[in-house]
Design a protein around this ligand. Structure first.
Ligand code: CA
Length: 492
């Protein structure tokens, strides 16, 4: 498909929140001249392989990565940003910016980049803090140039091969001020960076989880203050290996524009960890709010209740889970009432203390156990089709494609009290637990999930493969997977 005066779209690379990424080239035999991505000269004849103005090699064709966005509110601010002439080693300036069918398109020469979006959590503590310091530095620098962003998220970060750090690309510029950015506009980027980095933090680093949560809650008055704290934490770091058995990944899928799934984890004490996955619903930008509020509330509620427990017996932990679910329910319901909409979310939680696992769920996000190479579904869906299968009115196979497949009978945030199911398991060495949203199990057969979980022992590789399998199945919904492996011997 031709694009603008010089380009041709090769194909969609991927969708992410608020962005579409395409591969583009300048293979346009219908145009007599080529545009140089380096000096922006448009004088080079079609058949030349180097720019006639600056000598930059153009090859037979130039390839570009193009980020396309459709939120018109910030088009004007972005074009003023683009017109500013500046260089910074951590910022990828677009080689071209154009409007196409009312969409804003930013192009950079393509060099086999990946997007930070594709990272599977967790990252090493050191990588995380280095990223935090670097992003704080870039944001502070942009503020001095008068540029503020309304957020920085994974869709803005490009990982270039051989480059040590990701580069800021197609930033969500909010405002271009004549002088420096005024003090009151200097906090929103750090909130979004805190949120992004919290998702990438290992579960056994409650100190870092708390640091990023503080940043997300607006605990830092400037990027400089955030960067200094990251530096202080980095100085205290001991080298710790990344746990190989735990990973999480959330992906927008191939058809949706927003990711309404959320996940999170926390370490309650040395022996106890909590993992959760939520799949929000409600449309009009509220599904992702519902799932995020539920995840944050349940993690925080569990932490507070755990600290107040006289003894963490299995019964006490079951009560704690139940109460934390009720707290999440009340909080989502309060936000829904405040916004006057009907948002809700599923919620599946896994609490592990030593060899005891407690699983709890509401809705149709699921927990599975892989034991002795066999996959078992632990939770039961609270959905209309699950009920119909139970009553033998339809088969499990028919349920997957049934028109009412999305109708849930129970969700978090829609009723005054919510009924939760709790399952208790005695874990064995080598067990694997999988929490996932319906974007995974709706696209991938149980046998295929079992095969992938048996093939990839590294949890990060495994999470990645599961997401790819969901894409092959159609990728019609957001996909979230969270994998926890019980070590075969030694350690926890
Ligand atoms: Ca879903």
């Amino acid at each position: 498909m031709p694009l603008g005066q010089h380009y041709r779209v090769e194909g969609l690379v991927r969708l992410s929140e608020g962005r579409m990424f395409y591969l583009v080239d300048d293979d346009r035999p219908d145009v007599r001249t080529r545009r140089c991505g380096h000096c922006r000269s448009e004088l080079t004849p079609r058949e030349a392989t180097a720019c006639v103005t600056c000598g930059y090699p153009l090859g037979e064709r130039q390839r570009y990565l193009m980020s396309v966005r459709w939120d018109r509110r910030y088009y004007e601010a972005y074009s003023r940003f683009y017109e500013k002439q500046f260089e910074h080693p951590a910022i990828l300036r677009p080689d071209d910016v154009l409007m196409h069918d009312g969409l804003l398109c930013s192009l950079v020469r393509y060099q086999d980049e990946g997007l930070l979006i594709d990272q599977v959590a967790p990252l090493h503590a050191r990588e995380l803090l280095e990223l935090a310091m670097r992003l704080a530095g870039v944001v502070a620098w942009l503020h001095r140039q008068g540029i503020s962003m309304h957020r920085v998220d994974r869709a803005n970060l490009l990982v270039r091969r051989n480059a040590r750090h990701p580069l800021l690309f197609d930033p969500d510029v909010q405002e271009v001020f004549p002088g420096e950015v005024p003090g009151e506009f200097r906090t929103q980027e750090i909130r979004s960076i805190g949120r992004m980095l919290r998702y990438l933090t290992p579960v056994d680093r409650p100190d870092l989880l708390q640091f990023f949560l503080d940043a997300e809650d607006g605990g830092f008055a400037s990027p400089e203050a955030f960067g200094r704290e990251a530096e202080r934490l980095a100085e205290q770091l001991e080298p710790t290996p990344l746990p190989r058995g735990i990973a999480a990944m959330s992906d927008v899928g191939l058809a949706r524009i927003l990711n309404e799934d959320s996940w999170g984890w926390t370490q309650l004490d040395e022996r106890t960890r909590l993992y959760v996955v939520a799949d929000g619903m409600g449309g009009h930008d509220s599904g992702e709010v519902a799932s995020d509020v539920a995840v944050r509330t349940i993690l925080q509620g569990a932490q507070e209740r755990f600290e107040a427990l006289p003894a963490p017996t299995p019964e006490a932990l079951e009560n704690l889970l139940d109460e934390a679910f009720q707290a999440a329910n009340n909080q989502v319901k309060a936000v829904a009432e405040e916004r006057q909409n009907d948002m809700g979310t599923t919620l599946v939680a896994l609490l592990i203390r030593d060899h005891l696992a407690l699983l709890a769920n509401v809705g149709d996000s699921r927990a599975y156990l892989l034991r002795d190479e066999r996959l078992h579904q632990i939770t039961q869906d609270h959905s209309l089709v699950a009920k119909m299968v139970e009553q033998r009115r339809i088969t499990a196979e028919e349920a997957r494609t049934h028109p009412y497949a999305n109708v849930l009978l129970r969700t978090v945030g829609t009723e005054r009290d919510v009924d939760i199911d709790i399952f208790q398991l005695e874990l064995e060495p080598g067990d694997r637990l999988l929490l996932c949203s319906d974007g995974l199990w709706g696209e991938v057969e149980g046998e295929e999930m079992e095969r992938i979980l048996n093939t990839w022992r590294d949890a990060r590789a495994c999470a990645w493969e599961l997401i790819q399998a969901a894409h092959r199945g159609g990728g019609k919904d957001n996909i979230t997977v969270l994998i926890v492996t019980v070590p075969r011997s030694g350690g926890r």
